[in-house]
Design a binder for this molecule. Structure first.
Ligand code: COA
Length: 264
C-alpha cells in the first residue's frame, strides 16, 4: 500500500518508518502522500492507540525535504509545497493519540520539523538536529520557524536557524529539543516503554492534554495583520524561491560544492 514508508502495529503502537535510506529518508512528495495516509490510519483505526515516527537505516531519521524537487519551483508552487507539509505536520500535532519521534540519526530541515511536530522526541546518541535551510538560500517551510522557537526559545531558535548549526544529542537534551537520549539499539524499546505508560492512562484525558498544550504553544496571530506565524512562514518560504541565492544554494548542494551567495 505504501511505497516510501513502512508501517507496523504491535500492541496498539503503530510504527511509521520513513523508508528511503539511500536518500537519508528525504521527504519527497510521495513520502508526504504516504505519511498523510498513515496519519489518517492513526486517526481512524481504533486498534491504534499511539504512534512512533522513525527513519530507516542507521544514519538518518530524515535529512530534510527532498532538495531535488526544489528546482524550477516558482513562488506559488513553493508556497503550495510549504502549505502541504504544514498540513500533514499539523495533523500529527493535533492527533488525539500520542505521536512520538524516535530520532535515529540526522533530523535536518524537514526532518527536524517532522520530529518537532510530534508530541515529544527521543533520540539515539548519534542524532543530529538542525535547520540548515540558510545553506540553500532558504528558510524552514514546514513549521520550523514556529515550533523550534516554541521548543528552545527565541534566542536559540534565531541562532540555530541563522547559523545552520547542527545540534548533537546531548545538546538537544539540554535545549529541551528531546526528552531522552539512548543508544541506537534501545531507542525503539525505550520509546515503546514510555508509550506503554501513556497507554495505561485515560485516552480522552491524554487527548485533552495534547489539545491544551498545543493551545499554549500557539503563536500569537494578532501580529502580522492577523496572519499566524505559520502563514507568514509559507509566504516567506515562497519569497526565497524567487531569489538567485536559492537557485545557487540548491544547485551547489546537488553539484556537491560550496554555495556562493550574492544577496540577490
Ligand atoms: N534531499 C535530497 N537528497 C538528499 C538529501 C535531501 N535533503 N539529504 C541527503 N540526500 C542524498 C544525497 O544527495 C546523497 O544522494 P546520492 O548518493 O545520490 O548522491 C544521499 O542522500 C546520501 O547523502 P550524502 O550527502 O552523501 O551523505 P553524507 O553523510 O555525506 O552527508 C548530510 C549527510 C545529512 C550532512 C548531507 O546529506 C546533507 O547536508 N543533506 C542535506 C541537509 C539539508 O540541507 N536539509 C534541509 C533541506 S531543506
Amino acid at each position: 500500500m505504501y511505497t516510501t514508508i513502512v508501517t507496523s502495529l504491535d500492541d496498539g503502537i503503530f510504527t511509521i518508518t520513513i523508508n528511503r535510506p539511500d536518500k537519508l529518508n528525504a521527504l519527497n512528495k510521495q513520502v508526504f502522500t504516504d505519511l498523510d495516509a498513515a496519519v489518517d490510519e492513526v486517526y481512524n483505526n481504533a486498534a491504534i492507540k499511539s504512534a512512533i515516527v522513525t527513519g530507516a537505516g542507521p544514519k538518518a531519521f530524515v535529512a530534510g525535504a527532498d532538495i531535488t524537487e526544489f528546482s524550477g519551483l516558482n513562488k506559488e508552487e513553493a508556497m503550495e509545497l510549504a502549505r502541504r507539509g504544514q498540513l500533514v505536520f499539523f495533523k500529527i500535532e493535533n492527533s488525539k493519540k500520542p505521536f512520538v519521534a524516535a530520532v535515529n540519526g540526522f533530523a535536518l530541515g524537514g526532518g527536524c520539523e517532522l520530529a518537532m511536530a510530534c508530541h515529544f522526541r527521543l533520540c539515539s546518541e548519534n542524532a543530529k538536529f538542525g535547520q540548515p535551510e540558510v545553506n540553500l538560500g532558504l528558510i524552514p517551510g514546514y513549521g520550523g520557524t514556529q515550533r523550534l522557537t516554541q521548543l528552545v526559545g527565541k534566542g536559540k531558535s534565531m541562532e540555530l536557524q541563522m547559523t545552520a548549526y547542527l545540534v548533537d544529542a546531548n545538546e538537544a537534551l539540554q535545549l529541551g529539543l528531546v526528552n531522552h537520549v539512548t543508544s541506537s539499539e534501545n531507542l525503539l524499546e525505550k520509546t515503546r516503554a514510555i508509550l506503554n505508560v501513556i497507554m495505561g492512562k485515560a485516552p480522552i484525558a491524554i487527548g485533552k492534554i495534547i489539545e491544551c498544550v498545543n493551545v499554549a504553544a500557539l503563536s500569537d496571530s494578532s501580529f502580522n495583520n492577523g496572519k499566524s506565524g505559520y502563514a507568514k512562514e509559507i509566504e516567506a518560504f515562497g519569497d526565497c524561491f524567487i531569489t538567485e541565492d536559492m537557485k545557487e544554494g540548491t544547485a551547489a548542494f546537488l553539484e556537491k560544492r560550496k554555495a556562493n551567495f550574492t544577496g540577490k
